[in-house]
Write a protein that binds this ligand. Structure first.
Ligand code: GTP
Ligand code: MG
Length: 325
């Protein structure tokens, strides 16, 4: 069976999808069932040219087929065993995160300029390619791949090479498994992220980085457009959150900070994005520069981990603990 025939067959396995609708869906990028639960009925009806109730039915059927319905707690408990955790290069930071950066959820790291957000994002793109026994996701000769949406133009292949060599990995090989796209506007960033489910069908994508997720949202909208901005950001984060859980992959977002005018004492730094971001991310990490190479990471928010803080280092080899440098 050709690739197109397979896609048609998969979509037509839903009762409400006939050949004409399936063809139109493929044409519009809905090439598999997994993409449907992360689509709204409004969007599907608009793009395919069908009624909203028909679109709703198609999405419902896909949810049912994929098992996204009420489940018993023991089923959920079993599913949670599928969660994997990726090493950050620092054992202390891994411990703070309950064993590493978790799949299936949104993880956000925020902090001032130079706090190490982009360095940590580079590190994860390399770490993910390590064997499972070393804290990565490599197993069964299937190299894990990463997608890096670069909103600030700060992705550096040289840094990937350095970090790879420090683990004894072949730098050229590692680089072939990281796909980088430079985003130019929030709209472009959203478009790029919407292409990811399709790439996941073709490649073993295990990690998606957006560095930084709020750059364009912050610069493109004026104060009076804040509601429109938060609405767009909310939809984007919803999509990313559903993608992380549907495909059980890591979605790692970096975020900028701003001064909190309400703070009277203590650290007045707060992450950009307000409640929209704080409600969507399940793990929030705050990075702070202490000395030239030393950084402090504080776990600010997690759905189940206790708060805490640790120190780590940015070294030529990558993110490391004090005892490893
Ligand atoms: P913004 O993007 O400006 O908000 O900052 P950021 O939090 O992303 O900072 P980034 O991750 O770029 O960290 C910058 C710090 O990492 C700097 O203080 C550098 O000292 C260090 N760093 C950056 N590149 C390298 C490198 O190639 N080698 C080493 N050893 N350190 C680096
Ligand atoms: Mg950065």
């Amino acid at each position: 069976m050709s690739n197109d025939e397979e896609k048609l067959k998969e979509l037509m396995s839903l009762k409400s999808v006939g050949k004409a609708i399936a063809e139109k869906m493929i044409e519009c990028g809905y090439t598999n069932l997994q993409v449907l639960p992360i689509t709204t009925s409004e969007e599907l009806s608009l793009k395919i040219g069908i009624s909203k109730s028909k679109a709703k039915k198609i999405i419902e059927e896909a949810n049912e087929k994929l098992g996204y319905v009420f489940k018993t707690v023991d089923d959920i408990y079993k599913e949670r065993k599928n969660i994997r955790r990726l090493t950050t290069g620092s054992h202390k930071l891994d411990e703070l995160l309950g064993g590493g950066v978790e799949t299936g959820i949104l993880t956000e790291v925020y902090g001032a300029s130079r706090s190490g957000k982009t360095q940590l994002a580079h590190q994860l793109c390399v770490s993910v390619q390590l064997p499972v026994a070393e804290g990565g996701f490599y197993e069964d000769s299937n190299v894990p791949e990463a997608i890096f949406i670069d909103c600030e133009g700060t992705f550096r292949p040289e840094r990937i090479a350095e970090m790879s060599m420090s683990f004894g990995l072949n730098a050229n090989e590692v680089m072939t498994h990281i796909q980088v796209a430079r985003a130019h506007t929030s709209e472009h960033q959203i478009l790029l992220s919407e292409q990811i489910p399709q790439i996941i069908m073709e490649k073993n994508i295990q990690l998606v980085v957006i560095d930084s997720v709020t750059t364009f949202f912050r610069s493109e909208f004026t104060k009076s457009e804040i509601v429109a901005r938060q609405d767009r950001l909310n939809k984007h984060l919803n999509f990313l959150k559903n993608m992380a859980s549907t495909y059980n992959i890591i979605v790692f977002l970096t975020n900028q900070v701003m001064a909190n005018p309400d703070a009277i004492v203590g650290d007045s730094t707060v992450p950009v994005g307000g409640h929209v971001l704080s409600h969507k991310v399940q793990t929030r990490l705050y990075l702070r520069e202490v000395r030239e190479r030393q950084r402090v990471a504080r776990l600010m928010d997690s759905s189940y981990l206790p708060p805490g803080q640790i120190a780590f280092f940015i070294t030529p080899a990558g993110i490391r603990d004090a005892e490893d440098i």
